[in-house]
Design a protein around this ligand. Structure first.
Ligand code: 13P
Length: 255
């Protein structure tokens, strides 16, 4: 596997944090610190912050993403936002299948797949999350589980469309807990995800796929995690809300 074939992407997932005014302030803080980055830099923000984020990142190297999207264009889906709506305002990325959506809002592999389809049909780049709960890791079924999640989510996605997919491995027990497995173990699961892409498509597609790690990645552990051969970037929660910490992680991806 040749890491040079792949572009590292560091994406912040702000989750349910920051008002529009706070979002502007956070982006203004991040901008100067990441302006020379070679890797992709993305901030995924609450829907209500998207307009401010798009304005504040104009002419910069920072991409803007949403944290989810619905699969229908429009209709009676109270509280939802469609992929069409996101692309209409110039959003470039969208997180789909985050474990918090699966756990708290009942999203399934099937609806994740529908959302992926809608996002791709609207030209969005998808940050597609998979990952196991602690119970599943303890049962020894992590590899099977993430392979299955990946396969279902990518159903009906063509090889050409894979260019618009970033896979993010997020072990649920590592999210927001400060816990990470030894980085070699994280790498192993990222490698499973990559080999699943190979099985579904081919070796070239697998080699080109950006596979991020997410779950308590921070300024201190980013170097070690990003040094792993199959880890091509990070999906960052808590640390993405602090400009200096987020910039340190971007720096780690640029070494
Ligand atoms: P933390 O970095 O806060 O653990 O969150 C990770 C995550 O869920 C990113 O999507």
């Amino acid at each position: 596997m040749n890491k040079k074939l792949r572009k590292a992407v560091i994406a912040g997932n702000w989750k349910m944090n920051k008002t529009p005014a706070e979002a502007k302030e956070l982006i203004e803080g991040i901008k100067p610190l990441v302006k020379d980055a070679d890797c992709g830099v993305v901030v995924c923000v609450p829907y209500i912050d998207l307009a401010v984020a798009l304005e504040a990142t104009k002419g910069t190297n920072i991409g803007v993403g949403a944290e989810n999207c619905h699969w229908e264009k429009s209709g009676a889906f109270t509280g939802e936002i469609s992929a069409d709506m996101l692309s209409a305002i110039g959003v470039q990325y969208v997180i789909i299948g985050h474990s918090e959506r699966r756990t708290y809002f009942g999203e399934t592999d099937i609806t994740v797949n529908k959302r992926v389809r809608a996002a791709l049909d609207n030209g969005l780049t998808v940050i597609l999350c998979v990952g196991e709960y602690l119970e599943q890791r303890e049962q020894g079924i992590t590899a099977e589980l993430v392979a299955m999640q990946t396969k279902i989510a990518l159903g009906g996605v063509s090889e050409d469309e894979l260019k618009k997919i970033i896979l993010a491995y997020e072990p649920v027990w590592a999210i927001g807990t400060g816990k990470t497995a030894p980085s070699a173990q994280e790498n192993e699961v990222c490698a499973v995800i990559r080999s699943t892409v190979k099985e579904l498509y081919n070796a070239a597609a697998a080699d080109a796929m950006t596979v991020q790690y997410g779950g308590s990645m921070n300024a201190k552990n980013a170097n070690e995690l990003l040094d792993q051969p199959d880890v091509d970037g990070g999906l960052i929660g808590g640390a993405s809300l602090k400009p200096a910490d987020f910039a340190e992680i971007v720096k780690a991806a640029n070494r």
